[in-house]
Every structure is written in C-alpha cells, then in structure tokens.
Ligand binder design. Structure first.
Ligand SMILES: *[C@@H]1O[C@H](CO)[C@@H](O)[C@H](O)[C@H]1NC(C)=O
Ligand SMILES: *[C@@H]1O[C@H](CO)[C@@H](O)[C@H](O)[C@H]1NC(C)=O
Ligand SMILES: *[C@@H]1O[C@H](CO)[C@@H](O)[C@H](O)[C@H]1NC(C)=O
Length: 295
C-alpha cells in the first residue's frame, strides 16, 4: 500500500467514524433539529451544548423556533419549563402544524397568569382547516419550577395528548363519521412565546405587565422527536402501518389505566371542554362521545 492509498483509507475510516457519530447524535441538539424565528441572538437563546433553548418575550419582540423536519405520526415530546412569576398575558404555544391552507394542527397553548394563580393548558385539534376543539385544564403541579414533558402519541387511529407521559386527552380518528383527521399532511413542530393579553388571562381582563419583562420559557430534550420524517413530500413510508411501533395494536386504543387517568384529569382539572359548550355547539359535535374514555 502506498502513502496515498493509506491516506485514503484513513480518510475513509474517519469519514465512516464521523457518519457513525452523526448517526448516534443526530437530531439531539437544538441546532440540528430547529431553526429560530429570531436572528438577534437574544430572543431565542441556545445553550452552548445545544441541549436547552430559551425564548424571550419583551416589549420589542416575540419569538420562537420551528423544526427543520416535517413529521407524519409518531411520539413527539419535549420538556418545557414555563415562564415563572407574573406570566399574565403571555402565551406559550407548542404545536405541530402543516402550515398550509386547510391545515392540520395539534396545539398546546399555555396561558400565563399572575404570580401564584394557575396556568391554563389549552389543547386543540385542527383537521383540514377546521379547529374549534379547545379543551382547557389546570395542571396538578407548578409548571414553572421544573421541566415537565408535553407531547402527543399520534397515529392513524388516535391522538393522545400527554403531560409527563400521563394521557390528558384522547382524540380518535372519526373519519367514519365524516370528520377530517390529521393523517395526510406532514407537520412541523413549533414553539413560540407571545403577548396574548387581549384574551389569554381571565379572558383578557389581566394585561401583560411589561415591567416584569423579559418573560422567558425554556425547552429541552430535542432528541425525543420520535416521529416519521417526511422527505420530498412522500408520505407513503409514514402511512405504512406495519413499520412504525406507534401503529401497533397496543396504541390503537387506550387501556383501562389510561382511561382512568384521562377521567381523573377531566374530573379534577378540566375548566373548559368544547364538547360541553352548548352556546357554540347546540348539538354536541359527533366526535365527542367516543373521545370520552369508557371504563
Ligand atoms: C388565572 O387565575 C384566575 C384566578 O385563580 C383563574 O380564574 C384563571 O382561570 C387563571 N388562568 C387564566 C389563564 O386566566
Ligand atoms: C406592574 O408591576 C409593577 C412592579 O411589580 C407594579 O408596581 C404595578 O402595579 C404592576 N401594574 C399593574 C397594572 O398591575
Ligand atoms: C414517548 O416519548 C417519551 C419521551 O421520550 C417517552 O418517555 C415515552 O415512553 C414514549 N411513549 C411511548 C408510548 O413509548
């Protein structure tokens, strides 16, 4: 072997090693997974190791970030520590969205409050541009002191919204009832922090107190986006039900324990459910009944 060939072999080995390392760590850091909606280096702040990102809201700007990849189905979770202290008027949004006309969207919106008063977590489901499926709960812990995990287990049969892996909401595929379901549009994952004081806190009565700015929400665990990534707009690898663990029969329904957890949340922490809002929906939307777990 000549010197030149040796160099080539060494380079090939190095390249293979790098590839292997990329394979191991791919998608683990913030910059691998996300692009920010802020270029000033202040309103989105990423830790040097790439494991934590903070969004900063002040009078000058709201901000956020979005995933570089688009997903169709999976177990998509992230850890979030919400704005501490006086967060009244602020809204932390964390959502999957297909971002197109007649879009699909799965929402977590955290509505801030004055110090000591409870946050509200609002979830919503849009399919084919139609939303209006808000549910609101209080949380059973203070979401501002530590990180908690929020996410969805989303497959072709159902969507389970989870908080610390506890199911808080079930949304079944009701296409058999003529209701659109998010099952064909790849969605990006987004997070933002903005001023929503026209509606967020006590229906808009409490305004953002800018003397308490900057408001800061923190995110981590960027490696747990376990979804089917759509490339070149080709969704068929993601709709193939046999290749993805989240389509297994164990995840097509909920078990008794999960049903009990959802009912526990509904009984103790629910503050609003579109299904029960007879002003908006004089007739209960037809998907509602099957989304309440039966014991
Ligand atoms: C804020 O606290 C008040 C008083 O406890 C409560 O009525 C309200 O639902 C809380 N959350 C929001 C987002 O307004
Ligand atoms: C805003 O916060 C400041 C400082 O805590 C306080 O003095 C002021 O009363 C607050 N404003 C409102 C409208 O609550
Ligand atoms: C979904 O992801 C979270 C975070 O990685 C994990 O804790 C949870 O067990 C996963 N869900 C399932 C059903 O595997």
């Amino acid at each position: 072997m000549g010197i030149l060939e040796l160099k080539t072999v060494a380079q090939a080995m190095l390249a293979a090693l790098c590839l292997a390392m990329v394979g191991v760590t791919y998608g683990a850091t913030f910059t691998e997974q996300f692009s920010t909606f802020s270029s000033d280096g202040y309103h989105v702040q990423v830790s040097p190791d790439g494991n934590e990102a903070k969004i900063v809201l002040d009078q000058y700007a709201a901000s956020g970030f979005g995933s570089k990849q688009q997903f169709l189905f999976g177990n998509i979770t992230m850890k979030i520590k919400l704005v501490p202290g006086d967060s009244a008027g602020t809204v932390t949004a964390y959502y999957l969205s297909s971002d197109q006309p007649a879009h699909d969207e799965l929402d977590f919106e955290f509505l801030g409050n004055t110090s000591g008063d409870p946050y509200i977590l609002q979830t919503n489901v849009f399919a084919n541009g139609i939303g209006g499926r808000e549910q609101r709960i209080n949380l059973w812990f203070d979401p501002t002191t530590e990180y908690h995990t929020y996410g969805v287990l989303w497959n072709q049969k159902q969507i389970i919204f989870t908080v610390d892996n506890k199911p808080i909401r079930l949304y079944k595929n009701s296409r058999d009832l003529g209701i659109a379901y998010p099952n064909s549009k790849p969605m990006g994952l987004y997070a933002s922090l903005w001023n929503g004081d026209s509606w967020a806190t006590q229906g808009g009565l409490v305004k953002t107190n800018w003397t308490h700015a900057p408001f800061i929400v923190s995110f981590k665990d960027f490696s747990s986006l376990d979804g089917c990534v759509v490339t070149d707009n080709n969704i068929s690898p993601c709709t193939a039900t046999t290749t993805h663990w989240w389509e297994a029969s164990a995840f097509q329904t909920i078990d008794r324990h999960q049903a009990e957890q959802i009912l526990w949340v509904k009984e103790n922490y629910e503050v609003y459910d579109y299904c029960k809002d007879t002003k908006r929906y004089p007739t209960e939307p037809s998907e509602c009944a099957r989304n309440v777990p039966q014991l």
